[in-house]
Write a protein that binds this ligand. Structure first.
Ligand SMILES: [Zn+2]
Length: 483
């Protein structure tokens, strides 16, 4: 069967939105949309389920092992003294591209393919400036229209900033993101869609992610943020429906990752100290530099496989130890007993840490009565705030739904993921990628990827990874300690 063809593609991304929280009382417009859409109930983020890793995978159709954007923040020669390279900062991303050369963001994006085909990409982004940058680092050369609400200087194409602010004023600056969601929806609905009529339009809504983290998974403030994003979605849908050939438009509603409710701050630095390791959270340290969260990345200052192996053996004995992932194994198991290889998760890369350690979460409800929970290391979120980045299913499960005429609505249990977004939208427009992508169109009609459950362990410690498909095109569903 030929692939369905669309006149244009509109993507609205709700950062961090857990699919199970799309309910008619919280999000009426999105709930109504889903009733007419193909909804992928086994959709998954990418590992690690962190926003800029996700953005890069959405843009490239490739996992982090290929793109090199392996973490939100990591040790790097281009970083400022005493800091990790911060992918949220457009300035850090530009500095890294100057330091490392264009190879830092070389992986082809869908925006490059659109430009090569004479088509146009437009982005209104209300999250971090770095997140906008990584979606289309060559935006100027591509002739894209990119506006980061983080500021004119942060926007790769300031002309769009000028055009939008001339029409609807400057974006609101406040801790409360509700007015910002309203503004983002207006910028897309009142300026970008009617005036630019892009072939692919992406509205990146930073809520509910912000409120899940800093307010809690189900507080009144979080519900207000969900409703503000839902209102922006409704506004943009209405504006898109007024465009020429709207009857042949494809609309994708999605999130980049989910969230798991956190139960308690975990003192990993104290635990490591008792094992003879000096950990430093979220910046370079003397011994172990740690990117903290529900799943922590450990970079030793000196490579010493024997010492790290002793640490792994000690961690396996700890009741709080969840997933253990390590670099340099056989493609499935890591170099130390009980560990999985980073290559299995498509995150092996020179920038990756040699050892990743998950906190041991579980399926029991969080303090809001929502499924799943996990301890957290570091971060300044209030108790009960949400987090993501690990392998808990609540972190990995994301929303992917597509509505267009001729595509049957209903639930689809085929395992799909973020690597499939770029191939899907390019196929919908009949545009060839500039290089092969690991993902594939969710509408290609191919046989579903085969589900695989892998288990490993040592002594009393056992963990598993659930994934679908093989190699770079595999979809990681979830993982963690069992038993
Ligand atoms: Zn995110």
């Amino acid at each position: 069967m030929p692939h369905p063809q669309a006149s244009r593609v509109l993507i609205v991304l709700f950062d961090g939105l857990r699919p199970d929280l799309v309910t008619p009382d919280r999000m009426p417009a999105l709930s109504a949309f889903l009733a007419d859409a193909r909804r992928f109930t086994e959709a998954s983020s990418v590992f690690p389920s962190l926003t800029r890793v996700c953005a890069t995978t959405i843009a490239t159709g490739q996992p982090p092992a290929v793109s090199g954007i392996i973490q939100n923040a990591f040790p790097d020669a281009a970083a400022q003294e005493g800091r990790f390279l911060n992918t949220a900062s457009a300035e850090d991303m530009r500095r890294a591209a100057r330091h490392h050369g264009p190879g830092f963001v070389a992986t082809p994006r869908f925006a490059d393919a659109l430009a090569a085909a004479g088509r146009r990409f437009a982005l209104v982004h209300s999250g971090s400036a770095g997140g906008a940058y990584l979606l289309d680092p060559r935006a100027r050369a591509n002739g894209s229209a990119v506006m980061s609400l983080a500021g004119r200087e942060a926007s790769e194409t300031p002309e769009l900033w000028d055009a939008v602010t001339a029409r609807i004023g400057a974006p609101p600056v406040a801790a409360d993101k509700v007015p910002l969601m309203d503004y983002a929806g207006k910028a897309m609905a009142e300026v970008v869609l009617p005036e630019l009529r892009p072939d692919v339009a992406l509205l990146w809504l930073t809520e509910p992610d912000w409120s899940f983290h800093y307010s809690g998974m189900d507080t009144p403030a979080t519900r207000a943020a969900l409703r503000a994003s839902d209102d922006a979605f409704a506004r943009v849908l209405a504006a898109a429906a007024a465009l020429p050939q709207a009857e042949r438009m494809a609309v994708i509603a999605m999130s980049d990752h989910g969230h798991v409710g956190t139960t308690e701050p975990f003192d990993l630095v104290g635990e490591l100290d008792a094992l003879g390791f000096q950990g430093t959270l979220d910046r370079p340290g003397e011994d172990l530099s740690i990117a903290a969260g529900t799943l922590c990345w450990l970079w030793p200052s000196v490579a010493d496989a024997v010492r790290l192996g002793r640490l792994v053996a000690a961690l396996r004995e700890k009741a709080w130890c969840g997933a253990l992932l390590a670099a340099g194994g056989n493609g499935i198991e890591g170099p130390w007993p009980g560990t999985f290889d980073l290559a299995l998760l498509n995150v092996e890369h020179p920038r990756s840490a040699p050892l990743l350690l998950g906190m041991r979460g579980g399926p029991e409800p969080d303090r809001w009565g929502l499924a799943g929970n996990s301890p957290i290391v570091g971060k300044d979120f209030p108790l009960g705030g949400g987090m993501h980045g690990g392998l808990h299913r609540q972190e990995m499960a994301n929303l992917i739904a597509l509505r267009m005429a001729g595509v049957e609505a209903g639930e689809d249990a085929a395992p799909v993921g973020l690597i499939d977004i770029a191939p899907t939208l390019l196929s919908l427009l009949g545009v060839a990628p500039t290089a092969p992508m690991a993902g594939r169109s969710v509408l290609a009609g191919e046989a579903p990827r085969e589900r695989r459950v892998l288990e490993t362990g040592a002594g009393d410690y056992r963990q598993r990874i659930v994934l679908a498909g093989e190699g770079r095109g595999a979809i990681i569903r979830d993982g963690g300690r069992v038993g």
